[in-house]
Design a binder for this molecule. Structure first.
Ligand SMILES: [Zn+2]
Ligand SMILES: [Zn+2]
Length: 434
């Protein structure tokens, strides 16, 4: 179908004012799912009921549903003849946050975390919006099956917040048991933009995120006799300052990176020099080269400072890079060159904008880092109520961000925009051989 005719068909199918390519009742149905998901959040690795709920809905829509992929992960496939394979991913997990939005459908759920503690649970990162958009896309793409050819894979991923879910789904055969996608797509809501708008970063969009633990050893003793000790608090203090020079003195000023020491603990009392101090760092970068460099220099500097303080080789600091690493999200520029004009046609040029990358993390990047090198794009979906957004801009007051107990997305317009935009993108991408 010629591009222009397809575009007009899409416009004709769109009911004005609803923000969605379907009647208002369709958006009402999606909002019902949204409220259910919002009121029933589950922590990372505990998404059992969420996955079952999505499986039921997607099955009823005509998708072939496979559950239990990489834990509670779900893959829903709609095979619709020859054509491209496109994957759209939503994440399912919520956070240990006590909701303070005052919404009538707020979460009052509590759960036991992996440490055995009873914690409140809230969808404070908007994953409930992502899942609802996924359901909306499923319904739309199943309804206009005659208008496209190919295979649509909708995946609901567990454990995004701990950087484990994408890896688990890939390790459980996502690209072996199901067709390898030609493109991977996803949304993440943003508290920086009003609902109705979509933003994108071309190239690197989100960072490599590493958590690093350092245990600095010393030889403890009486605080009045420092000459008989090797004080790990002083060694740790020197280490913290020296680590700050990796980014400021050793990396090119044009390369972006973060080394933050977020936690430092050592000692019990004024007059006791302890045996050890522990540091917890978050280390962020975009390229693999910069990541490797940062991690290597953190180790070398920590150990070098301990050596200079007289610590023997067997008591040098222990530097551990935690397993929960999330690789950078790289948005394929060629894919974005195709997607952006479609978004602009649907939403208007002013509603679609290029933005800078951010140093936050997302494990969506993993889907593009296998040997298949599937190009992907994660788009920012505006989530703030438009009036609140304007008022906040005028007053300079900050709106609650992601992971805030008061994060309150404007669900209707955000979901409507997400479904409408992604539907248009999918129809267009399905129409051309990759
Ligand atoms: Zn999050
Ligand atoms: Zn998130």
């Amino acid at each position: 179908m010629p591009r222009l005719i397809r575009f007009f068909l899409l416009v004709l199918c769109t009911f004005p004012g609803t923000g969605i390519a379907a009647p208002a009742s369709e958006l009402d149905a999606l909002l019902g799912h949204y409220r259910h998901l919002h009121q029933n959040p589950e922590l990372s690795l505990q998404e059992r009921n969420t996955s079952a709920y999505l499986a039921e809905q997607l099955g009823a829509t005509g998708f072939e549903v496979t559950t239990g992929v990489g834990g509670h992960g779900l893959v829903a496939a709609l095979r619709n003849g020859d054509g491209p394979v496109i994957l759209f991913r939503a994440d399912m997990d919520a956070l240990p946050v006590e909701e303070q939005t005052g919404l009538p459908y707020r979460s009052t759920v509590r759960a036991v975390n992996t440490a055995g503690e009873d914690v409140p649970v809230m969808h404070a990162c908007g994953h409930d919006i992502h899942m609802t958009v996924l359901l909306g896309i499923a319904r739309q793409m199943a309804a206009d099956r005659a208008g496209w050819h190919g295979t649509l894979l909708l995946i609901a991923q567990p454990a995004e917040e701990i950087g484990a879910g994408a890896r688990a789904m890939l390790a459980d055969g996502l690209y072996e048991r199901f067709p390898v996608p030609d493109y991977n797509l996803a949304f993440h809501v943003t508290p920086e933009l009003p609902a109705g708008r979509i933003a994108y970063a071309s190239g690197y969009a989100l960072a490599n995120v590493d958590s690093v633990d350092i245990t600095v050893y010393g030889t403890g003793g009486h605080g009045a006799f420092p000459q008989q000790t090797r004080d790990p608090i002083v060694i740790a203090a020197r280490t913290v300052l020296a680590l700050q020079t990796i980014v400021s003195r050793e990396l090119s000023p044009l390369e972006s990176a973060v080394v933050t020491v977020g936690s430092i603990h050592g000692g019990t009392k004024h007059n006791i020099i302890p045996d050890a101090v522990t540091l917890q760092l978050t280390v962020r970068s975009y390229s693999d080269e910069t990541r490797d460099f940062l991690l290597r220099r953190i180790r070398e500097i920590s150990q070098g400072i301990a050596r200079s303080a007289g610590m023997p080789e067997e008591r040098l600091p222990r530097v551990t890079v935690k397993d929960e690493y999330t690789p950078a999200v790289y948005n394929d520029p060629d894919l974005l060159d195709r997607i952006v004009p479609i978004l602009e046609s649907m939403l208007g040029v002013a509603a679609v904008m290029a933005v800078d990358p951010v140093m936050a993390g997302e494990d969506f990047g993993r889907y593009g880092r296998t040997e298949e090198k599937v190009p992907g794009a994660l788009l920012w979906l505006g989530a703030v109520n438009a009036e609140q957004y304007q008022a906040a801009r005028q007053s300079g007051e900050a709106l609650p961000g992601l992971h805030s107990a008061r994060f309150t997305p404007d669900a209707g317009p955000a979901i409507g925009t997400g479904v409408r935009a992604m539907h248009a993108v999918l129809i267009e991408l399905f129409a051309t051989k990759p």
